[in-house]
Write a protein of this length. Structure first.
Length: 91
């Protein structure tokens, strides 16, 4: 499962912006910025773009996607590789 972290709070501080300031710049309510920062709301692509632009960064730099269970994910990848190798060996 993927989790999303944001750097919004960090970048707001860099530019001395409050949640209210950023919300006004991108046309949303302050609570929306709060929920995005806390990971309780996934913004639309347009809103993510607008926030990134307001904070002079990219969407990729603003939102960090992480595996919440890295061990099982890497085990799953290994099983997939082994399975693919077996299929390839049969041909």
């Amino acid at each position: 499962m993927k989790t999303v972290r944001t750097r919004i709070k960090e970048l707001r501080a860099r530019y001395d912006l409050t949640q209210e300031d950023l919300a006004k710049k991108v046309g949303v309510r302050r609570e929306t910025i709060l929920f995005i920062e806390k990971g309780n709301y996934n913004p639309s692509l347009k809103l993510a773009h607008d926030i990134a632009k307001a904070l002079q960064t990219t969407i990729d730099d603003l939102f960090i996607f992480e595996d919440s269970n890295k061990a099982s994910t890497s085990e799953g990848r290994q099983a997939t590789v082994e399975s693919t190798d077996q299929i390839g060996d049969k041909h």
